[in-house]
Design a protein. Sequence first.
Length: 278
Amino acid sequence: MTKKLTLLLLAAIFMMPVLLMAQKPKTVRATGSAISHDLTPEQTRNKAIEDAKRNALAAAGVAETVSFTDFSYKFEDNTRFQEIFQAISSIETGGEIIVDEILNERKFFNEFGNMVVEVEIEATVYRHREKSDPGFVFIVEGIDEVYKNADLLKFQVTPAKPGYLKIFNITDEESYLLYPWRDRAHPQYSDVQDKLFAAGETVILPLHAAFSDGYFLEIETPDKQQEFNILMFVFTKKDFPFIGEGSFNNIMKWIYAIPPDERATQQVGFIIKKGSGE
Protein backbone atom coordinates (compact mmCIF):
# COMPACT_ATOMS: atom_id res chain seq x y z
CA MET A 1 0.00 0.00 0.00
CA THR A 2 1.46 3.38 -0.92
CA LYS A 3 0.65 7.05 -0.47
CA LYS A 4 0.48 9.49 -3.38
CA LEU A 5 3.91 11.02 -3.94
CA THR A 6 5.34 8.77 -1.23
CA LEU A 7 8.74 7.42 -2.04
CA LEU A 8 10.66 4.92 0.05
CA LEU A 9 8.26 3.04 2.29
CA LEU A 10 10.99 1.18 4.11
CA ALA A 11 13.31 4.13 4.68
CA ALA A 12 14.77 4.24 8.15
CA ILE A 13 12.91 6.53 10.50
CA PHE A 14 15.25 8.51 12.75
CA MET A 15 13.83 10.16 15.80
CA MET A 16 15.02 11.26 19.21
CA PRO A 17 16.89 8.70 21.32
CA VAL A 18 14.65 6.22 23.04
CA LEU A 19 13.11 5.76 25.65
CA LEU A 20 12.05 4.95 29.08
CA MET A 21 10.60 1.52 28.39
CA ALA A 22 10.45 -0.79 31.34
CA GLN A 23 10.07 -4.24 29.84
CA LYS A 24 13.18 -6.43 29.89
CA PRO A 25 13.32 -9.06 27.16
CA LYS A 26 14.73 -12.55 27.62
CA THR A 27 15.95 -14.80 24.81
CA VAL A 28 15.00 -18.45 25.17
CA ARG A 29 15.03 -21.63 23.08
CA ALA A 30 12.23 -24.14 23.15
CA THR A 31 10.83 -27.08 21.22
CA GLY A 32 7.26 -27.89 20.23
CA SER A 33 5.39 -30.54 18.31
CA ALA A 34 2.01 -31.22 16.75
CA ILE A 35 0.24 -34.35 15.46
CA SER A 36 -2.51 -34.29 12.85
CA HIS A 37 -4.44 -36.59 10.55
CA ASP A 38 -6.60 -33.96 8.82
CA LEU A 39 -4.60 -30.70 8.76
CA THR A 40 -2.30 -29.46 5.99
CA PRO A 41 1.47 -29.55 6.57
CA GLU A 42 1.46 -25.78 7.06
CA GLN A 43 -1.37 -25.90 9.60
CA THR A 44 0.37 -28.68 11.52
CA ARG A 45 3.60 -26.70 11.47
CA ASN A 46 1.79 -23.67 12.88
CA LYS A 47 0.39 -25.80 15.70
CA ALA A 48 3.91 -27.01 16.50
CA ILE A 49 5.16 -23.42 16.62
CA GLU A 50 2.32 -22.50 18.99
CA ASP A 51 3.37 -25.37 21.25
CA ALA A 52 6.99 -24.19 21.17
CA LYS A 53 5.89 -20.66 22.06
CA ARG A 54 3.99 -21.91 25.09
CA ASN A 55 7.07 -23.85 26.16
CA ALA A 56 9.26 -20.78 25.63
CA LEU A 57 6.95 -18.67 27.80
CA ALA A 58 7.05 -21.31 30.51
CA ALA A 59 10.86 -21.46 30.31
CA ALA A 60 10.94 -17.68 30.82
CA GLY A 61 8.77 -17.98 33.91
CA VAL A 62 5.48 -16.88 32.33
CA ALA A 63 2.73 -19.22 33.48
CA GLU A 64 -0.46 -17.51 32.33
CA THR A 65 -2.67 -18.86 29.56
CA VAL A 66 -1.56 -17.79 26.11
CA SER A 67 -3.92 -16.42 23.46
CA PHE A 68 -2.47 -16.50 19.95
CA THR A 69 -3.45 -14.05 17.25
CA ASP A 70 -4.88 -15.96 14.27
CA PHE A 71 -5.53 -14.31 10.91
CA SER A 72 -5.84 -17.55 8.94
CA TYR A 73 -9.61 -17.18 8.61
CA LYS A 74 -9.11 -14.15 6.41
CA PHE A 75 -5.78 -14.89 4.72
CA GLU A 76 -5.95 -18.65 4.42
CA ASP A 77 -4.58 -18.70 0.86
CA ASN A 78 -1.46 -16.72 1.71
CA THR A 79 1.09 -18.91 3.47
CA ARG A 80 3.67 -16.17 3.85
CA PHE A 81 1.15 -13.94 5.60
CA GLN A 82 0.24 -16.72 8.01
CA GLU A 83 3.92 -17.19 8.79
CA ILE A 84 4.30 -13.51 9.60
CA PHE A 85 1.44 -13.53 12.05
CA GLN A 86 2.50 -16.81 13.58
CA ALA A 87 5.11 -14.60 15.26
CA ILE A 88 2.46 -12.70 17.22
CA SER A 89 1.03 -13.85 20.48
CA SER A 90 -0.10 -12.22 23.66
CA ILE A 91 -1.34 -13.10 27.10
CA GLU A 92 -3.68 -11.24 29.37
CA THR A 93 -1.19 -10.56 32.13
CA GLY A 94 2.32 -12.09 32.28
CA GLY A 95 4.18 -11.55 29.06
CA GLU A 96 4.47 -11.58 25.29
CA ILE A 97 6.62 -13.45 22.81
CA ILE A 98 8.19 -12.97 19.40
CA VAL A 99 9.64 -15.89 17.42
CA ASP A 100 13.02 -14.66 16.20
CA GLU A 101 14.06 -17.80 14.35
CA ILE A 102 13.02 -21.37 13.69
CA LEU A 103 16.24 -23.23 14.36
CA ASN A 104 15.21 -26.75 13.43
CA GLU A 105 12.19 -28.36 11.83
CA ARG A 106 11.30 -32.01 11.26
CA LYS A 107 8.24 -33.60 9.62
CA PHE A 108 7.38 -37.31 9.52
CA PHE A 109 4.51 -39.79 9.80
CA ASN A 110 4.10 -41.95 12.87
CA GLU A 111 3.05 -45.59 13.01
CA PHE A 112 -0.62 -44.61 12.87
CA GLY A 113 -0.19 -42.62 9.66
CA ASN A 114 -0.54 -39.25 11.38
CA MET A 115 1.63 -36.32 10.40
CA VAL A 116 4.05 -35.16 13.09
CA VAL A 117 5.90 -31.84 12.98
CA GLU A 118 8.59 -30.93 15.50
CA VAL A 119 10.24 -27.51 15.69
CA GLU A 120 12.87 -25.74 17.76
CA ILE A 121 12.60 -21.96 18.06
CA GLU A 122 14.58 -19.07 19.44
CA ALA A 123 12.27 -16.42 20.85
CA THR A 124 12.27 -13.14 22.75
CA VAL A 125 9.97 -13.08 25.77
CA TYR A 126 8.80 -9.88 27.47
CA ARG A 127 7.63 -10.39 31.05
CA HIS A 128 5.19 -7.83 32.43
CA ARG A 129 4.28 -6.84 35.94
CA GLU A 130 1.57 -4.49 34.71
CA LYS A 131 -1.90 -5.36 33.47
CA SER A 132 -3.59 -3.62 30.56
CA ASP A 133 -5.77 -0.60 31.36
CA PRO A 134 -9.38 -1.59 30.48
CA GLY A 135 -10.38 2.07 30.12
CA PHE A 136 -7.58 2.93 27.71
CA VAL A 137 -9.26 1.89 24.47
CA PHE A 138 -10.04 3.27 21.02
CA ILE A 139 -12.38 2.53 18.12
CA VAL A 140 -11.37 2.15 14.46
CA GLU A 141 -14.11 2.49 11.84
CA GLY A 142 -14.44 2.76 8.08
CA ILE A 143 -12.09 0.04 6.81
CA ASP A 144 -13.57 -2.46 4.33
CA GLU A 145 -12.36 -6.02 3.86
CA VAL A 146 -11.66 -5.66 0.11
CA TYR A 147 -10.49 -2.71 -2.03
CA LYS A 148 -9.80 -2.35 -5.73
CA ASN A 149 -6.37 -1.40 -6.96
CA ALA A 150 -6.00 2.42 -6.99
CA ASP A 151 -8.81 2.91 -4.46
CA LEU A 152 -8.46 5.51 -1.71
CA LEU A 153 -8.58 4.51 1.95
CA LYS A 154 -9.99 6.74 4.69
CA PHE A 155 -10.98 5.70 8.20
CA GLN A 156 -11.80 7.11 11.62
CA VAL A 157 -10.18 6.66 15.02
CA THR A 158 -11.93 7.61 18.28
CA PRO A 159 -10.01 7.22 21.57
CA ALA A 160 -11.68 6.99 24.96
CA LYS A 161 -8.76 8.79 26.60
CA PRO A 162 -6.05 11.14 25.30
CA GLY A 163 -2.99 9.54 23.75
CA TYR A 164 -0.61 9.15 20.83
CA LEU A 165 -1.20 7.03 17.75
CA LYS A 166 1.10 4.96 15.57
CA ILE A 167 -0.21 2.96 12.59
CA PHE A 168 1.92 0.33 10.89
CA ASN A 169 1.08 -1.25 7.56
CA ILE A 170 2.19 -4.85 7.21
CA THR A 171 1.95 -6.78 3.97
CA ASP A 172 3.24 -10.17 2.92
CA GLU A 173 6.34 -8.41 1.53
CA GLU A 174 7.07 -5.35 3.68
CA SER A 175 6.25 -3.42 6.85
CA TYR A 176 6.45 0.31 7.59
CA LEU A 177 5.15 3.15 9.73
CA LEU A 178 2.15 4.64 7.95
CA TYR A 179 1.21 7.22 10.59
CA PRO A 180 2.75 9.54 11.54
CA TRP A 181 4.36 9.51 8.10
CA ARG A 182 7.79 11.09 7.79
CA ASP A 183 9.16 12.02 4.37
CA ARG A 184 12.68 13.38 4.83
CA ALA A 185 13.11 14.11 1.13
CA HIS A 186 9.88 16.11 1.04
CA PRO A 187 9.19 17.24 4.62
CA GLN A 188 6.13 19.20 3.52
CA TYR A 189 4.37 15.83 3.17
CA SER A 190 5.26 14.63 6.67
CA ASP A 191 2.66 14.27 9.40
CA VAL A 192 2.98 16.03 12.74
CA GLN A 193 5.11 13.53 14.65
CA ASP A 194 3.76 14.06 18.18
CA LYS A 195 0.06 14.83 17.80
CA LEU A 196 -1.95 14.28 20.98
CA PHE A 197 -5.35 12.74 20.21
CA ALA A 198 -8.10 14.13 22.46
CA ALA A 199 -10.44 11.90 24.45
CA GLY A 200 -13.73 11.23 22.68
CA GLU A 201 -12.77 13.13 19.52
CA THR A 202 -13.17 11.28 16.22
CA VAL A 203 -10.24 11.87 13.87
CA ILE A 204 -10.35 11.08 10.15
CA LEU A 205 -7.15 9.72 8.62
CA PRO A 206 -5.13 10.60 6.61
CA LEU A 207 -4.64 13.79 8.61
CA HIS A 208 -2.25 15.56 6.24
CA ALA A 209 -3.99 17.98 3.86
CA ALA A 210 -1.96 16.67 0.90
CA PHE A 211 -3.61 13.27 1.29
CA SER A 212 -7.06 14.37 2.40
CA ASP A 213 -8.71 12.23 -0.29
CA GLY A 214 -7.28 9.12 1.31
CA TYR A 215 -4.31 6.75 1.31
CA PHE A 216 -3.66 5.57 -2.24
CA LEU A 217 -3.90 1.77 -2.45
CA GLU A 218 -1.70 0.26 -5.13
CA ILE A 219 -0.25 -3.16 -5.87
CA GLU A 220 3.22 -2.31 -7.12
CA THR A 221 4.29 -5.83 -8.18
CA PRO A 222 3.25 -6.24 -11.86
CA ASP A 223 2.35 -9.95 -11.75
CA LYS A 224 0.60 -9.78 -8.38
CA GLN A 225 -3.21 -9.84 -8.52
CA GLN A 226 -3.93 -9.21 -4.86
CA GLU A 227 -2.15 -7.93 -1.77
CA PHE A 228 -2.87 -8.72 1.86
CA ASN A 229 -2.56 -5.87 4.34
CA ILE A 230 -2.81 -5.49 8.08
CA LEU A 231 -3.05 -2.07 9.68
CA MET A 232 -1.68 -2.34 13.20
CA PHE A 233 -2.89 0.51 15.42
CA VAL A 234 -0.89 1.26 18.56
CA PHE A 235 -2.29 3.89 20.94
CA THR A 236 -0.10 4.96 23.86
CA LYS A 237 -0.46 7.21 26.90
CA LYS A 238 2.97 8.71 26.31
CA ASP A 239 4.71 9.49 23.03
CA PHE A 240 6.98 6.47 22.52
CA PRO A 241 9.04 7.17 19.37
CA PHE A 242 9.50 4.36 16.87
CA ILE A 243 13.05 4.26 15.49
CA GLY A 244 14.97 2.04 13.13
CA GLU A 245 13.85 0.03 10.13
CA GLY A 246 10.22 -0.97 9.90
CA SER A 247 10.73 -4.72 9.84
CA PHE A 248 7.97 -6.84 11.30
CA ASN A 249 10.07 -8.05 14.22
CA ASN A 250 11.26 -4.51 15.00
CA ILE A 251 7.66 -3.33 15.10
CA MET A 252 6.61 -6.13 17.46
CA LYS A 253 9.61 -5.62 19.73
CA TRP A 254 8.81 -1.92 19.94
CA ILE A 255 5.19 -2.70 20.88
CA TYR A 256 6.06 -5.35 23.44
CA ALA A 257 8.67 -3.14 25.11
CA ILE A 258 5.92 -0.69 26.08
CA PRO A 259 4.21 -1.66 29.38
CA PRO A 260 0.71 -3.12 28.80
CA ASP A 261 -0.91 -0.44 30.97
CA GLU A 262 0.61 2.23 28.70
CA ARG A 263 -0.74 0.94 25.38
CA ALA A 264 -3.71 -0.42 23.47
CA THR A 265 -3.52 -2.16 20.11
CA GLN A 266 -5.83 -3.24 17.31
CA GLN A 267 -5.21 -5.01 14.00
CA VAL A 268 -7.49 -4.57 10.98
CA GLY A 269 -6.99 -6.61 7.81
CA PHE A 270 -7.97 -5.92 4.22
CA ILE A 271 -7.14 -7.08 0.69
CA ILE A 272 -6.34 -5.03 -2.43
CA LYS A 273 -7.37 -6.72 -5.68
CA LYS A 274 -6.57 -5.88 -9.29
CA GLY A 275 -9.22 -5.92 -11.97
CA SER A 276 -9.25 -8.55 -14.72
CA GLY A 277 -7.58 -6.22 -17.22
CA GLU A 278 -4.75 -5.03 -15.01
